[in-house]
Write a protein that binds this ligand. Structure first.
Ligand code: DAH
Length: 338
């Protein structure tokens, strides 16, 4: 047998055997270079043709070309096969751990409002509501805050159009309630309020308040202090202390601001309470007779107390957050932890 034909025959045997054992892409490529490449085995056989008897050359050349064709086809079909194998049969990987569902929960402010409502329900209050978009009359005038009062400065709120603004506090609900009901009145009014404040750690352009109002005969400041004290204890436990400081509000006389002892440092002083040991919650006082005048209550018969309540502050104390913006940024990394 012509030695080159023999060599081709051996090449065929080893190449086909080798092809069967290949699996990776790199293996296939190495195989192609080794046998079919420009410097590969078959090319080198073709180069050796010159050593073959001239009349035998066509036969040997044809055999080499035939082997090249067969190997090329076999390599191709093995590649296709490998490609099919590499693709996963199903897109579902049953070995992966299950996906847990994300369970939402109520926003900390909503939870605080609900707890405040619960406590005041227990004290005989019911819930009243008013609109976020208010008239100047309810937001200011009827609350004894006339036109020239600094609280009406345009910078203090957002005006929708002349005479209509986003309410700056929940106090207008006092007026709306008294307009529609004769005493005794005992309500709280939770809701969102707006002020043209630049956001910082303790200010947000929208925030929450709960208003309180109790009007009856013989209501005194002592009743107000009593109800705020009971509220503070139910909300924060028996260790909390409450203090009232004289203040001015146009719609109450006398007026006060009231503080709770700081729950974060236990009254020792920290960043949240600005080292005072106290956190201001809001204002309160005895309803000014001028306000009764706007709703047709007779101040010689009735007296009443009113208070505001900063829901955000209470929420920050409960959840120990020292920046109000965390409550409005909708950052799940924060909210899911509260
Ligand atoms: N409306 C006041 C504010 O937003 C808070 C307030 C003070 C409410 C005294 C009251 C009150 O009901 O009597 O700053």
């Amino acid at each position: 047998m012509i030695p080159l034909l023999k060599k081709l025959e051996e090449l065929r045997n080893t190449a086909f055997e080798e092809l069967e054992s290949l699996s990776s892409k790199a293996d296939f490529e190495a195989f192609r270079v080794k046998y079919l490449g420009r410097k590969g085995e078959i090319t080198s056989c073709l180069r050796e043709l010159s050593s073959v008897e001239p009349d035998m050359r066509p036969k040997v050349g044809a055999a080499a070309n035939e082997l090249k064709k067969e190997l090329t086809e076999a390599l191709e079909s093995r590649l296709n096969e490998a490609d099919v194998k590499a693709k996963p049969k199903s897109k579902i990987d049953l070995t992966l751990p299950g996906r847990s569902h994300f369970l939402g929960k109520k926003h900390p402010i909503s939870r605080t409002v609900e707890d405040i409502i619960d406590i005041f329900y227990g004290l005989g209050f019911s819930v009243a509501q008013g609109p976020d978009v208010e008239t100047d009359y309810y937001n200011f005038d009827a609350l004894n805050t006339p036109d020239e009062h600094p609280a009406r400065d345009i910078n203090d709120t957002f005006y929708v159009e002349d005479g209509i603004c986003l309410r700056t506090h929940t106090s207008p609900v006092q007026i709306r309630t008294m307009e529609n009901k004769k005493p005794p009145v005992r309500i709280i009014a939770p809701g969102r309020c707006y002020r043209k404040d630049t956001p910082d750690a303790s200010h947000a352009p929208n925030f929450f308040q709960v208003e309180g109002l109790y009007v009856d005969t013989n209501v005194t400041f002592a009743d107000l202090k009593g109800v705020i004290n009971v509220f503070a204890r139910r909300m924060f436990g028996s260790d909390v202390k409450v203090r009232f400081r004289p203040h001015f509000f146009p719609f109450t006389e006398p007026s006060a601001e009231y503080d709770f002892s700081c729950m974060i440092c236990g009254g020792k002083g920290c960043r949240t309470c600005k080292n005072t040991g106290w956190v201001e919650i809001s204002g309160a006082g005895m309803v000014d007779p001028a306000v009764f005048g706007h709703v047709g209550y007779d101040p010689s018969i009735y007296s009443g107390y009113a208070f505001g309540m900063g829901v955000d502050r209470i929420t920050m104390l409960r959840y120990r957050i020292n920046d109000i913006r965390y409550l409005y940024d909708n950052d799940l990394r924060v909210l899911t932890k509260l």
